[in-house]
Design a binder for this molecule. Structure first.
Ligand SMILES: [Zn+2]
Length: 87
């Protein structure tokens, strides 16, 4: 994933630190970004929740969750914090 302002690459691992209330900071320009609430987030949520319903907390679910989170990290779209309302 990349910084929405300067396109500086941001480690995909950091996407897992983003929540509704937390943000990643670009090391280059200092822009703080959150994740876009879009269809991508919806699909990821459905995949995670669906996997949980089918597999519960079995080792297979852990593997499934890791796969989904990797896909998430590479498909997530970042938006600068100052463009999000209420945040
Ligand atoms: Zn940046």
């Amino acid at each position: 994933m990349k910084c929405p302002k300067c396109n500086n690459p941001i480690s995909p691992l950091k996407v897992w630190l983003i929540s509704r209330w937390s943000f990643v900071k670009c090391e280059k320009c200092g822009t703080r970004s959150g994740r876009a609430v879009n269809i991508q987030l919806f699909i990821i949520s459905v995949l995670l929740f669906g996997g949980y319903l089918i597999l519960n907390f079995s080792p297979l679910f852990i593997v499934w969750a890791l796969i989904v989170m990797c896909v998430d990290a590479y498909t997530v779209r970042l938006v600068p914090k100052d463009k999000q309302d209420g945040a």
